[in-house]
Ligand binder design. Structure first.
Ligand SMILES: Nc1ccn([C@@H]2O[C@H](COP(=O)(O)OP(=O)(O)OP(=O)(O)O)[C@@H](O)[C@H]2O)c(=O)n1
Ligand SMILES: C[C@](O)(CO)[C@H](O)COP(=O)(O)O
Length: 239
């Protein structure tokens, strides 16, 4: 672990904030093609992780940020982010879920709301963090930002034969930051017996309710090379 004071996980941003943000950033970025770990690849000359932390830190509710970095890069990531915001950096795991669990483990118990935010959604704006946190504060166990699905969606068999058309009015594309009452997220991770592609999925397995708030086009996930081109353009539209 690398914190602002060695072993001190209280490195605080806004002492009046009531939110800790856990940032999984340990992925390889296989779908982006060969290169550095995805969070360290450049967008307009700066690593995706720098863009992500700058926006995360600008949300007024955020008291603490914990980044799960590629294990070999923990110290380098701490040095990279220190000029941007006070952060704690831990070693991530083999799967996203492991990285979230490693970061969650150092969030102090007195922080009641935890947001989980992909470094890969590096342009998610501060107002999205505030919208998610506000919904948790108002009483929800778990909150996810979501957008309507714009394409027609088909169910297909393994050989490509169409089995049917799905009613897209009941579907949503889900983003991060996802927000949780801290004990609910801890319980969901402790109980998770299999892998989930998002943290809300583990909460659903507990039988707790998860609610949606409107997502943001700026919270797109950098997954493939085209996404980097889209994000480069979005940067010209955002502050
Ligand atoms: N073992 C892992 C895998 C993923 N992540 C993080 O989880 C977020 C969402 O994952 P994704 O965008 O799928 O990233 P990668 O796993 O890096 O992508 P790929 O599957 O293309 O390798 C990213 O911020 C990524 O760094 C992580 O912290 N630890
Ligand atoms: C958490 C997430 O970003 C919500 O859309 C997504 O599930 C991550 O999935 P990936 O398989 O790691 O890309």
């Amino acid at each position: 672990m690398s914190g602002d004071n060695d072993g001190d996980v209280t490195a605080q941003l806004n002492a009046r904030g009531d939110v800790a943000v856990v940032v999984p950033a340990a992925g390889a970025g296989v779908r982006l093609g060969p290169g550095a770990p995805k969070a360290l690849r450049l967008l307009d000359g700066e690593p995706l992780l720098v863009h992500a932390i700058r926006r995360t830190a600008s949300a007024p509710s955020v008291r603490m940020i914990v980044v799960a970095a590629p294990p070999a890069d923990v110290d380098a990531v701490h040095a990279l982010l220190s000029p941007v915001a006070p952060v704690v950096v831990v070693a991530g795991g083999a799967e996203r879920q492991d990285s979230v669990a490693a970061a969650l483990a150092v969030v102090p118990d007195d922080i009641g709301i935890v947001l989980v935010h992909d470094a890969a959604r590096c342009l998610a704006p501060a107002d999205l963090f505030e919208r998610v946190a506000a919904a948790v504060r108002e009483g929800a166990d778990a909150v996810i930002p979501a957008l309507p699905v714009v394409d027609t969606i088909k169910e297909v068999s393994a050989d490509g034969t169409v089995l049917g058309t799905v009613d897209r009015s009941v579907l949503r594309a889900v983003q991060t930051p996802q927000g949780f009452r801290a004990p609910v997220l801890r319980a969901a991770h402790a109980a998770a017996a299999d892998l989930h592609t998002d943290d809300a999925g583990a909460v659903e397995k507990l039988g707790r309710s998860v609610v949606c708030v409107p997502g943001s086009d700026f919270a797109l996930k950098i997954t493939r090379p085209l996404d980097l081109a889209v994000a480069t353009h979005l940067l010209t539209l955002s502050s």
